[in-house]
Design a protein around this ligand. Sequence first.
Ligand code: GDP
Ligand code: MN
Length: 397
Amino acid sequence: MNIHEYQAKALLRDYGAPVSDGRVVLTPHDAKTAAGELDGPLWVVKAQIHAGGRGKGAFKEAAAGEKGGVRLAKSVEEAAEEARKMLGHTLVTHQTGPAGKQVNRIYIEDGSGIETELYLALLVDRQTSRISFVCSTEGGMDIEEVAESTPEKILSFSVDPATGYQPFHGRRIAFSLGLTGKQVKQCVALMGNLYRAFTEKDMEMLEINPLIVTDSGDLKCLDAKVGFDGNALYRQPDILELRDETEEDSKELAASKFDLNYIALDGEIGCMVNGAGLAMATMDIIKLFGAEPANFLDVGGGATKEKVTEAFKIITSDPNVKGILVNIFGGIMRCDVIAEGVIAAVKEVGLQVPLVVRLEGTNVEMGKEIINGSGLAVIAADNLSDAAEKIVKAVKG
Ligand code: GDP
Ligand code: MN
């Protein structure tokens, strides 16, 4: 689960991290009041969407002006004006995809004078099963680009969970970032606080880009991007409250309410599969036959008819879906339950695209009978490659 920058900064502030004073606003009217509460003489007006690259992004609507989603202002009036221009408009960044995201919240901050922009992140390193620090002198840039062109400018190391964070970790970061004097002490404290926030709040990712040295020589977190482990949210009620459902893919949101493992993708073949491994294999084989999957969907082992119906509805609600492939290996899951769910869903939402069904395993004959007796135009398939070939052919001709 991701949160907005202003929420992440409030959280980090609670952990003692240096961030600017700021106010979040939903309307242009509040923008002026909020900007007036900050000292100036520089204000930063920042679009709050769950995507990075806002500064270099661009709005779709001309009314939003030429500038991106992070704007500097020199007066309260100018700050309010920039907020007004951005609110309600669609910001496109390299992370939003071409559709962009509507800006419904604006964060107005006290502007900082910047001496240097640095990069810092904490993440769960799956290779070492530890929390890793990643830092670089190349802040404010796309870290993927830095990793590609100048990997030697990135320092990364993991922390032994048995000892936890130690001051030498912070000093190592400070020296690699070229920090001096009081900044070293600040860095050691800041890294400790960030590590504590990361572990206590079950974060998956914490990215400060840029971490800056201000014109007065102090460290400050100028941006903050935080993602939490969805599996730990049950024990993080205060974090769950920060969830902004309007930022999430509506299909993924619906799926999470029904406990379905669903990830929206860009392709044209909707997939309904049981088991993550089989779902991956199904996506692979769709690609092998020359098409792209529209989603990853594992309905799980113990899916009910209602769950299958819901899954089918989610798949068909995607306008990019030009065909559906149901691929079920019934072990714990029974083929007749899947068949009933598919029929119920089709009766409810209709079937505008070709549907290929491959059933195998428990109660497979019953499942096939249910589908054959339904009068639906379902294309039956016998195995995985047969199924993939048939749906790709039905869609691409
Ligand atoms: P992002 O583009 O979504 O990553 O948004 P950031 O919060 O990282 O802002 C983008 C850029 O705007 C930063 O790299 C800075 O160069 C600039 N910026 C952000 N806040 C300030 C500020 O307080 N003062 C100044 N001078 N520049 C800022
Ligand atoms: Mn940033």
